[in-house]
Design a protein around this ligand. Structure first.
Ligand code: SAH
Length: 342
């Protein structure tokens, strides 16, 4: 698909078709404005006929707006697969949470994305397409693009789709691309240690977020199958190494689940695991998933847990929950829609 191509690759593509390079630039600009091929006015029909099968045909199928202003979009791809992305407005601009796979095969017990397993990986251009489409929704012109920050925290495990995700990072941060600073991009992973090492080698400036959610390997295995492959110690060692190389602070996501990971002992063990490093913990009360019998804690309890961590010398905050009334957590909305369509 043509949105997989960088600017110079697009020029090559045009050349291969025997077209002058400005045609490549026109196609590139059309894609980055998220125009459909019908809406493109500066390409003759003969050229459109040649590129039509390569030209992106993803679109926004549905939109939901939360009371708190968070917006959720369902993006559809021509093969019928759908993913969700979430737009959050902050003081400094818009952050878009993108999906990196259709579904997920990591099997985390609290996560709705993984309920039906992995349907397929998204290509770099399909992930980028989410950003392009939502920029268009925001009325952003080529010079005035509204999305300034990206989090790879939607459905899918980004590091399980390593090459496509890396290419996406290249495209979205390219000067002749969306030019979004890598410092404004955050990648969240359940902790594929071998891939964290590969990411470190890539020398990106992005921040790394680890979904930790437990303070012992035994408990982590109960809720996250990946814990059978890598121990918490291995994950944290990979983080230390990543920090040493990139100087980027590492974030840990800790979703509070009633009776599973919210005890005083958990806070103590967590602080022992993380102390003395440039690490930050985001506490999130679980957004309860109907299909699973796991229950989140109250916000008050989340604040108390964060206070315990802080008293133990760990930098911690409670994450704002956004968009709860629109099935805000990972994969919830897609599942709702898949069910309704059955
Ligand atoms: N696979 C990646 C990114 C997707 S999940 C990862 O594991 O990090 C993004 C974040 O949302 C993760 O921290 C995940 O643990 C969290 N999450 C998933 N389902 C949730 C739920 N029901 N309530 C709260 N957080 C959830």
């Amino acid at each position: 698909m043509l949105s997989d191509l960088s600017f110079s690759e697009m020029t090559e593509y045009a050349k291969r078709l025997g077209l002058p390079s400005y045609r490549g630039e026109q196609i590139f600009n059309a894609i980055y404005s998220a125009k459909t091929l019908e809406e493109v006015t500066n390409l003759p029909k003969a050229i459109k006929d040649i590129i039509v099968n390569d030209y992106p045909a993803y679109k926004v199928l549905q939109k939901f707006e939360s009371k708190d202003g968070t917006k959720k979009f369902i993006v559809g791809y021509p093969d019928g697969n759908i993913v969700e992305c979430v737009l959050m407005k902050y003081k400094y601009g818009y952050t878009l949470c993108v999906s990196t796979q259709v579904g997920c095969r990591m099997g985390c017990k609290f996560c709705a994305s993984t309920l039906n397993g992995l349907a397929r990986d998204l290509t770099s251009g399909e992930i980028l397409g989410q950003v392009l489409l939502i920029n268009r929704e925001l009325g952003g012109s080529e010079k005035d693009r509204k999305i300034t920050n990206i989090v790879l925290m939607g459905s899918g495990e980004p590091l399980d789709n390593f090459d496509n995700v890396c290419k996406f990072l290249d495209l979205v941060s390219a000067g002749r691309g969306l030019n979004i600073s890598q410092r404004n991009i955050s990648l969240s992973t359940c902790g594929l240690v071998d891939k964290i090492k590969m990411l470190e080698e890539k020398d990106y400036n992005i921040s790394l977020t680890i979904s930790l959610h437990a303070s012992t390997d035994e408990k982590r295995k109960e809720i996250m199958p990946i814990a059978n492959r890598y121990s918490i110690k291995e994950v944290i060692d990979a983080c230390k190494s990543y920090y040493k190389k990139t100087g980027r602070r590492i974030y840990f996501e800790y979703t509070l689940i009633q009776g599973i990971n919210n005890s005083e002992e958990d806070a103590k063990r967590l602080s022992t695991l993380l102390k003395g490093q440039n690490f930050h913990v985001n506490i999130i009360p679980l957004n309860s998933v109907k299909e699973r019998s796991l229950i989140g804690t109250s916000r008050l309890e989340a604040y108390k847990f964060a206070d315990k961590l802080k008293a133990l010398g760990i930098s911690a905050t409670v994450r704002r929950t956004m968009g709860e009334d629109i099935a805000g957590a990972c994969g919830q909305l897609r599942n709702q829609i898949l069910k309704e369509n059955k």
